[in-house]
Design a protein around this ligand. Structure first.
Ligand SMILES: [Zn+2]
Length: 615
């Protein structure tokens, strides 16, 4: 189904000449939004009071979402809703008429609520259903401690409407208060001011005083505990994980300080991280005040903590200055990758940052190769109307966006780029940005001012990578490549060469085996380094990609691949391995594993893998 949509759209784009028309500027506060039914220029929500009860037996959330609203004599306000049972609706405490429009597979149903000239508050009484896409209910077996169930939400991009009726557009900003009732053995935390201890009655109150976009409303419930790192940073995790997580992320305060040093004060007071069970679909999600993270980054040596730097960077790019629509997603992610690299450089040095940047560059090249028949997908500014915004969550937004800023940095120098970015975040704090306004701002405040010529339009509106791209080099990776050649040529491994290698070097090593590497050579490397049983999830993932691609079955690797795919739900990891199966004509084997693994995945992961494997 999704494939079809992509094809039709690309044909249309070819017909009209493959350029995204630049939207006309208007005086309206909110731009046209392809992924929400809301009409915020008519009537808009400003504050949410959420009062919900979480029932783990029935796997249902029920309660009331009340909104303060602003409008100019509007007669209705439209919310987004998907797979929700709406029981009744009130306007200023009195029952009012409402209707649900027709169902759209991406957008759900518009919830139209009748209001009067003087209406200030609306309340929606509702229940979630078993179709909800944001919620992932985990049974005790799927958690680290295996005693209690767990619930997590994932709102980005347009899933918040599947657990709260809301105007679900990133350009809308609201503050919120919430009361959440959970079973007393569990603790609830949100993207808000959070408890540090369990309450006796399982009732938790939350406040989010800074206005955020609806996709950033988040809830996690489990048998978790808190451990502080500094007065404003700390971690939540299940008991058996807590100390490990605390050690792994002990540099968090230093990261916040480094980030503030670059681009201004951290605006959200508290920066905590919750480590979730392994079926969480992403590496991390930048929910304000409380980043959600996968346990696959707990490597024991802090080697995968660039993920935390990334989510922290979103506290500026994304959460503070937010993409107006999902077509502008690169403004969230490209800036965040750039900022992440700068934090990593500040904390761990240029070598480490260069390695990370080069890995990102290789991911980008791979992604562009994958889009060779649909080059419009490689533009920074996308046109996702009629499609799932998840389709735009590719390396292009992240790594081409990063390369754009890195190239710009080379052109103008850090001494000019850094103050520009700092001012950009300051001037647009708690507001939204679209691509056109950003380009205008860039011209005015950086390029024209310094009389610099830069091909911004080519970077943003054209497919592929412009010729003036920054060239990324890493001496450490050069040495890794030499090691590969040496091992293969001599048919012998010299383990001394690999002494002191970081995770990034191991990843580079495994990803850069010669294309025609044979099973005996893989066996030699596996015998020397036992890559099959690597405790580092990233190294294991890239190794399994190789073993699947080259049909290597030694060292019980098939068992490990299956174990990995049935325990981890991180979309990037599992889709990489399933893709390798498919490419090697082994889709049947992939499907056999997927059948077992699928109940463990969040809907954002199953959406991708269903499509990939034709499930
Ligand atoms: Zn991100």
């Amino acid at each position: 189904m999704k494939n079809k949509l992509i094809t039709i759209q690309c044909v249309l784009l070819l017909l009209v000449g493959c350029t995204n028309p630049k939207p006309e500027t208007t005086n309206l506060k909110y731009v046209e939004e392809p992924h929400s039914h809301a009409q915020p220029n008519e009537a808009v929500i400003t504050h949410l009071d959420l009062d919900i009860k979480v029932d783990f037996n029935q796997k249902i959330i029920s309660g009331k979402a009340s909104y303060d609203i602003e409008h100019n004599k509007a007669t209705e306000i439209i919310l987004d809703s998907k797979y929700l049972d709406i029981e009744k609706v009130e306007a200023d405490g009195v029952a009012t008429e409402f209707s649900l429009g027709s169902f759209d597979e991406q957008l759900g149903k518009p919830l139209k609520i009748a209001i009067k000239e003087e209406t200030k508050k609306i309340s929606v009484y509702y229940k979630t259903t078993d179709k909800t896409e944001a919620l992932q209910w985990l049974n005790p077996q799927q958690t680290a401690d295996k005693k209690h169930p767990f619930l997590l939400t994932q709102g980005q991009a347009i899933l918040t409407r599947t657990w709260i009726p809301i105007q679900d557009s990133p350009q809308i900003r609201i503050t919120y208060d919430a009361t959440v009732s959970v079973p007393p053995a569990l603790m609830a935390v949100m993207s808000a001011e959070n408890p540090k201890q369990k309450t006796a009655d399982g009732r938790y109150g939350f406040k989010m005083r800074q206005a955020i976009s609806p996709y950033l409303i988040a809830l996690a419930i489990g048998d978790i505990e808190y451990k502080a790192i500094s007065s404003r940073t700390g971690v939540y995790a299940e008991k058996s994980m807590l100390d490990k997580v605390h050690d792994e992320f002990s540099d968090m305060e230093k990261m916040v300080a480094a980030a503030e040093n670059l681009y201004g004060k951290y605006a959200w007071d508290q920066f905590d991280v919750i480590v979730l069970p392994p079926s969480f679909p992403f590496g991390g999600m930048e929910n304000p005040r409380l980043t959600f993270a996968t346990p696959t980054v707990i490597a024991g040596d802090k080697s995968l903590t660039s993920l935390i730097a990334h989510e922290l960077a979103h506290s500026w790019s994304g959460n503070l200055v937010t993409n107006a629509t999902w077509d502008d997603f690169w403004l969230n992610e490209g800036f965040t990758v750039y900022f992440e690299m700068r934090i990593m450089e500040a904390l761990y040095g240029k070598d480490r940052a260069d390695m990370l940047a080069l890995i990102a560059r290789q991911d980008l090249d791979e992604e562009i190769e994958g889009f060779k028949d649909t080059p419009n997908e490689t533009k920074l500014k996308l046109d996702l109307k009629g499609r799932n915004p998840d389709d735009g969550m590719t390396s292009i937004a992240y790594d081409k966006g990063y390369l754009f800023l890195r190239t710009l940095e080379e052109q103008v120098g850090r001494e000019k780029l850094d103050p520009f970015l700092k001012q950009y975040f300051e001037e647009h704090a708690f507001s939204t940005m679209n691509t056109e306004r950003f380009i205008q701002y860039l011209d005015e405040h950086l390029l024209d001012k310094n009389q610099v010529e830069f091909n911004t339009d080519e970077w943003v509106y054209q497919p592929g990578i412009p010729a003036n791209q920054s060239i990324i080099k890493s001496d450490k990776f050069d040495k890794v490549e030499q090691a590969i050649q040496q091992f293969i040529k001599n048919n012998k491994v010299n383990p001394a060469v690999t002494k002191g290698w970081t995770t990034q070097e191991w990843v580079h090593f495994v990803r850069n085996f010669p294309k025609d590497i044979n099973k005996d050579q893989l066996k030699m490397l596996d015998e020397a380094f036992d890559l099959t049983h690597s405790s580092n999830s990233y190294v294991a993932m890239v190794w399994y990609e190789q073993t699947v691609t080259h049909d290597y079955h030694g060292n019980n690797v098939d068992t490990e691949v299956e174990k990995f795919l049935t325990s981890v739900g991180r979309r990037w990891y599992v889709s990489t391995i399933y893709k390798a199966f498919k490419k090697s004509g082994r889709t049947d084997e992939a499907l056999a594993i997927y059948k077992k693994a699928r109940p463990n995945y969040h809907s954002v992961t199953t959406n991708t893998i269903d499509e990939l494997l034709g499930y």
